[in-house]
Design a protein around this ligand. Sequence first.
Ligand SMILES: NC(=O)c1ccc[n+]([C@@H]2O[C@H](COP(=O)([O-])OP(=O)(O)OC[C@H]3O[C@@H](n4cnc5c(N)ncnc54)[C@H](O)[C@@H]3O)[C@@H](O)[C@H]2O)c1
Ligand SMILES: [Zn+2]
Length: 334
Amino acid sequence: MEVNAFAAKKAGEDLEKFNYNLPVIGKEHVDIKVHYCGLCHSDLSMVNNDWGNSKFPLVPGHEIVGEVVALGDEVKGLKKGDKVGLGWFSESCMHCDQCMDGKQHLCSDSEGTIVGRHGGFADHVRGHWSWVTKLPDGIDMSKAGPLFCGGITVFNPIVLSGVQPTDKVGVIGIGGLGHMALKFLKAWGCEVTAFTSNKDKTEALKKMGAHNVVDSTDSKELESIAGSLDFILNTTNVKLDWVAFLTTLAPQGKLHTVGAVLEPMEIPAFSMISGEKSVGGSPLGSIALTRKMLDFCVRHDIYPAVEEFKMEDVNKAIKHLHDGKARFRVVLKA
Ligand SMILES: NC(=O)c1ccc[n+]([C@@H]2O[C@H](COP(=O)([O-])OP(=O)(O)OC[C@H]3O[C@@H](n4cnc5c(N)ncnc54)[C@H](O)[C@@H]3O)[C@@H](O)[C@H]2O)c1
Ligand SMILES: [Zn+2]
């Protein structure tokens, strides 16, 4: 099948129209006709080869929702016409301890949808059946794409870290991932602090569920909430004063990053030792948890705030995100 896509031919370049042929479908694979695809900051990092693992031409796009149009003989649980989603991962080995334990996102042989293969800024995309997740009835497809990367990436650590409804929590960086974290944590029952470097967002953040808004770059504001938070989720990729954030944690609090901070994070041992604090990180989440998150979103009517662009306006969309103008997730309509 010929796929009509948009690809970066070289690192940092604008995307151009790009056609490629998908080989005959494998027994366990599923072809999806793309309806919508979110634009994640990781797409920008892949286009710019920030992580050194990009292969060009590169078709970004890993927050995909669409419809099954073809499937191999051994695909389980899906049929033609099903409405589905596909996120960062599109394949894993299915036999290592992690896969057998339902933690396919931790498989060392997992394959990224846009790492060495072509993603969802296209009319079609292919994935292994295990990662092609059926959408629950009643979900709004025009807003569901970002749940498959940004959404599950912030939902997973809330579950993983055992965040309680009685907890006081903070989210650093209120962009695509951060605003979904605010909405989830509000629904979880927590008292939520948004750490932003852009106070112009304050009203919007309060509407989304932030009880408090703190300037992430103002050490006095950070000092004023010292010792108060049980859990902080970082969604930025920039160097921050991590010690100041650890100081805002209560004893046994946790600082967790999903933001792919490009520089090493400097964490003095004593900022963890006194107060039994910890620092961690995580990639997306399991397939089973992705399904549970989708149900949670339908039950609580939680969707990302999206700005829709046409797929052919992908370069405008990328510039919009790059310039810090996205409020809060850009979605491309195929
Ligand atoms: N762990 C994972 O598996 C995973 C999955 C998806 C995305 N990511 C990463 O998460 C990060 C965020 O992705 P996104 O799509 O939400 O990006 P985004 O650009 O939509 O959001 C980042 C936000 O951080 C804000 N920010 C920048 N500097 C700040 C500062 N000093 N203080 C507070 N806020 C600041 C920006 O204004 C922006 O709103 C990226 O690094 C991305 O690669 C990781
Ligand atoms: Zn992503």
